[in-house]
Design a protein around this ligand. Structure first.
Ligand SMILES: [Zn+2]
Length: 127
């Protein structure tokens, strides 16, 4: 399975992170299948269960909508660290793709992890 994400989704996440800084935000990612091998992340979903603070952004799992095409999470770090914390691993749950964006939210200020916190390769769709 190959993963890709639309450039404009990353752009949107970065813009939102800058605006929300120094608070953290967290949201869900939706993906659709493209052919047999690729899944393409095309949308960010904000949920009402989101708890946000200066140093924490977590979901109440009861409030996560059960869209069948939710593949993971995205959240921001107000620091320049992209390391997933133990709380992050809890947030990742069993999702295959989880994005952490970090300060100063530049074009390359993001990393992708699977549910174990291992880095995931992802392609960026430019159009
Ligand atoms: Zn985190």
């Amino acid at each position: 399975m190959e993963w890709s994400i639309d450039k404009e989704v990353i752009q949107y996440i970065m813009d939102f992170s800058k605006e929300y800084y120094p608070r953290e935000f967290a949201a869900l990612l939706r993906a659709k299948k493209v052919g047999d091998e690729e899944r393409r992340i095309y949308e960010v979903i904000f949920t009402p269960g989101l708890i946000s603070g200066k140093s924490s952004a977590i979901f109440n799992p009861l409030h996560i909508p059960h869209y069948f095409d939710v593949v993971g999470t995205v959240h921001s770090h107000p620091s320049s660290s992209a390391e997933p914390s133990s709380k992050d691993l809890y947030l990742f749950s069993s999702n295959p793709v989880n994005i952490i964006v970090f300060y100063p939210f530049c074009d390359d200020c993001w990393k992708v992890y699977d549910y174990r916190g291992e880095e995931v390769e992802i392609k960026v769709n430019l159009e």
